[in-house]
Design a binder for this molecule. Structure first.
Ligand SMILES: *[C@@H]1O[C@H](CO)[C@@H](O)[C@H](O)[C@H]1NC(C)=O
Ligand SMILES: [Zn+2]
Length: 371
């Protein structure tokens, strides 16, 4: 064998070693960050198509619950028809409603590569609860969590065209079928987060407890890459109490602090590029440099998932906004620049997570997307 052939083989071998095992994670370019849309008037509290229809009481077992469900279903059916829909229904009594079985219904909207079999894709999982608290009477829960639900609908819409392009290109090239590349995204809109009487382990998280239990006991077929739907969750990103001005969202969880830092970097870059509307005293994600972690006392929908080993990024301000669980938590008390900035930050984070630099818009296409 000639030296030349050996060096070519060596090069190929090294190339394989160096290139293949690396999970791609490429930061979005400045240009791409500029293209991340804010949602604009779609968050308008009177006429906007995302948020206005769900600024109503949405207690499980009441008509508002059905209105909210129909709003989500209609949005995905008309704007994002390629996303699959799954219902996860359960019932439970509550300490405030006697013997009546209250219906809880989680909705899962999912977009994954067309070539995957069951249990093959890893799923960025974006989560908010859509139920509202039963008291005070007439409570709307705009930050808790109508606005986070609307933000996630917008993020799904932001992702869709790039995800579609990515899947089309990968299909054409015959790529896919490797663990890192089979990436998808799902939006969990959870029911029954709020306590009916007072927050306890059993009077709270009705929807998330039922879903985490079900998914844990729903194994995928033998030889599936992931054992069950919990195992497919690459990151459980929970949005809660977002939409008031000047939020400070700490980094709660040491094992996912790296993901928090990725999002904090995106916020910082967007602020420096002048892409965010709010001008808070502190960044929303103010703890990128944190070193010492204490167990978080904030109980929320992540708990049943985290207890089963799912990685969690918890986006909830501390302290809680002053309107928390008060009548004032309504549309009028939202800070719209903050809502739109969260939509941009979470949208950019999700694009980056899904490695969308692969389909970065160029030139005129980019300029057109700005409008
Ligand atoms: C779940 O409940 C909703 C109403 O809350 C209903 O429309 C839907 O068909 C149910 N789905 C399943 C799978 O039971
Ligand atoms: Zn609440």
């Amino acid at each position: 064998m000639s030296g030349h052939v050996i060096s070519v083989l060596l090069f190929l071998a090294l190339h394989q070693l160096l290139v293949l095992p690396v999970v791609a994670y490429t930061a979005l370019s400045d240009n791409f960050l500029k293209l991340v849309p804010s949602g604009g008037d779609d968050f308008d509290i009177d006429n906007g198509k995302l948020l206005a229809p769900i600024l109503i009481p949405r207690v499980a077992g009441t008509p508002g619950q059905t209105v909210a469900q129909k709003h989500f279903l209609n949005f995905f059916a008309t704007e994002l028809p390629e996303w699959s829909v799954e219902w996860y229904n359960s019932t439970s009594t509550t300490p405030a409603t006697g013997n009546r079985q209250i219906p809880f219904a989680n909705l899962v909207f999912k977009r994954e590569p067309p070539w995957v079999r069951e249990g093959q894709s890893n799923l960025l999982t974006l989560v908010a609860h859509y139920d509202s608290k039963i008291t005070p009477n007439g409570f709307i829960g705009a930050i808790d969590s109508a606005a986070p639900c609307a933000i996630l609908m917008h993020v799904a819409r932001t992702l869709d065209k790039y995800v579609t392009q990515m899947y089309d290109e990968m299909s054409a090239l015959g790529e896919g079928g490797t663990v890192e590349m089979d990436m998808g995204v799902q939006i969990l809109l959870l029911d029954g987060e709020e306590a009916f009487q007072s927050w306890t382990a059993t009077d709270s998280l009705y929807g998330s407890r039922a879903l985490a239990e079900l998914w844990e006991s729903s194994p995928h077929p033998a030889m599936s890459f992931y054992r069950n739907p919990l195992d497919q969750i690459s990151m459980f990103v929970l949005l809660d109490l977002l939409g008031s001005a000047n939020p400070i969202v700490p980094s709660y969880i040491q094992t996912t602090h790296w993901a928090y830092k990725n999002m904090a970097t995106i916020e910082d870059r967007m602020r420096k590029l002048g892409l965010l509307e709010s001008s808070p005293k502190h960044p929303f994600l103010a703890e990128a440099k944190k070193h010492t972690f204490y167990p978080s006392g904030v109980d929320d929908d992540h708990r049943p998932f985290m207890a089963r080993g799912v990685p969690v990024l918890h986006l909830i301000p501390s302290p809680f906004p002053s309107v928390w669980h008060k009548m004032e938590d309504d549309g009028a008390h939202l800070d719209m620049p903050t809502v739109r900035d969260w939509a941009r930050i979470v949208g950019a984070f999700a694009l980056e997570w899904l490695d969308m630099m692969e389909v970065e818009p160029k030139g005129d296409a980019g300029a057109a997307a700005l409008s």
